[in-house]
Design a binder for this molecule. Structure first.
Ligand code: V47
Length: 365
């Protein structure tokens, strides 16, 4: 297997040679991979890179998501979660509500709390500082992966601080790393039509790179399956790769499958299993300087996430338990998976389950 006769698509043959020689792939290679209908060929290539980096290991985490508020001033057309203040579906959790969520799972071995919300117009900076400080007091060993780069830029403007000082203040009270949301697709065309008010790509990258320079790791995402072209996807990946060459602080890339229900783009078809696997595989091949590629099972379903372990992904996220952003946009996946269910998925795929913490230190095999 894997000889040149293996590839149905001859365009994959020169890419195979580069992957074997560990040569960086070009923008054109990225396009050839995306355009190829030889999914097994693309997956085979991604698996070479994946196994070179991670062998047979497949990572998961015991985590908890807390979405403290969905009130948002941005109004992105692809988002069903964000609501204007005063909307009947808008909510904001008090600090006590948040602590009650933390307390619900105190008896479980949660190692990470993932905290994301909208851009709230009125909550003071002290709310965010108190949130992290209080959670760390209650659960000192937990890693707080909180606030996307977009939220960080918003908090900086609320606090009237530089991004570096905002991050430093949050680090002081327990911020451990940033999740990868808010990157969407870097294309100016898409930003203009879907999220014109959002922090632009340069700003998103600058916040991440500032965080990296302060010793914080961050994740990165790409929202796919709406109106973006294949060129725009490759451009997004190549820009992330260039940023990573500079600061090296990105930890994990997560392609996010667009869900259209209850959004202004309602009616767009769901992403397909083929495209979900393709995005993970192409990301693994283009992002040669990213340590990890995550298949977020909440968005693509546990079955595709399981298959992705042979198509470039080395991580299937975690237990989660309560997720709002994708479920408000029509996701039909469960709210959570148990450790046993995650193990079963990974083992049936012939991989070795490894429980990790946020920074990929091994908790248990
Ligand atoms: O930034 C919004 C996306 C993101 C929709 O870092 C949507 O490990 C699909 O970034 N359909 C937030 N996606 C979630 C996120 C994330 C999730 C899991 C793990 C990590 C990580 C990060 O969700 C937003 C936006 O890009 N999003 N609306 C939607 N309708």
């Amino acid at each position: 297997m894997g000889g040149n006769g293996f590839f149905k698509d001859p365009n994959l043959i020169p890419i195979h040679e580069k992957v074997l020689a560990q040569k960086r792939l070009t923008f054109e290679d990225g396009l050839d991979l995306y355009r190829s209908t030889d999914l097994l060929g693309v997956g085979y290539l991604a698996n070479i890179a994946r196994e070179r980096q991670h062998g047979n290991k497949a990572y998961y985490i015991i985590n908890q998501h807390i979405n403290y508020s969905n009130v948002c001033i941005n109004g992105c057309k692809f988002c069903a979660f964000g609501k204007r203040a005063g909307d009947p579906l808008a909510y904001e959790m008090s600090l006590d509500d948040i602590m009650a969520k933390v307390d619900e799972r105190l008896s479980e071995p949660v190692t990470e709390i993932h905290i994301v919300g909208g851009l709230h117009p009125n909550l003071p900076f002290s709310y965010y500082l108190d949130m992290l400080r209080n959670i760390k007091t209650r659960r000192p060993s937990v890693h707080l992966q909180a606030f996307t780069a977009v939220e960080i830029a918003h908090l900086a403007s609320i606090a009237d601080l530089s991004v570096a000082d905002t991050l430093a203040a949050l680090q002081e009270v327990g911020l451990g790393s940033l999740p990868g949301g808010g990157a969407e697709v870097f294309s100016p065309r898409i930003r203009q039509s879907l999220c014109a008010k959002k922090l632009p790509p340069e700003g998103w990258l600058q916040v991440c790179q500032t965080a990296h320079r302060q010793g914080l790791r961050t994740n990165a995402t790409m929202l796919y399956g709406h109106h973006e072209t294949l060129e725009e996807r490759v451009d997004h990946l190549v820009k992330l790769r260039a940023a990573q060459d500079e600061t090296g602080g990105f930890l994990t890339f997560i392609p996010l499958a667009f869900h259209s229900a209850n959004t202004e783009l309602a009616g767009l078809p769901e992403t397909t299993g083929f495209d979900d696997l393709k995005n993970l595989a192409v990301a693994r091949l283009i992002l040669d300087n990213f340590p990890h590629i995550k298949a977020f099972w909440i968005m693509i379903g546990p079955k595709i996430a399981q298959l992705s372990l042979a198509f470039g992904a080395d991580d299937i996220d975690g237990t989660v338990i309560e997720e709002r952003i994708t479920h408000m946009a029509g996701a039909r996946t469960a709210q959570g998976l148990t450790r046993q269910e995650l193990h079963h998925l990974i083992q049936e795929a012939g991989r070795e389950p490894v429980e990790r913490d946020t920074l990929y230190n091994v908790i248990s095999h």
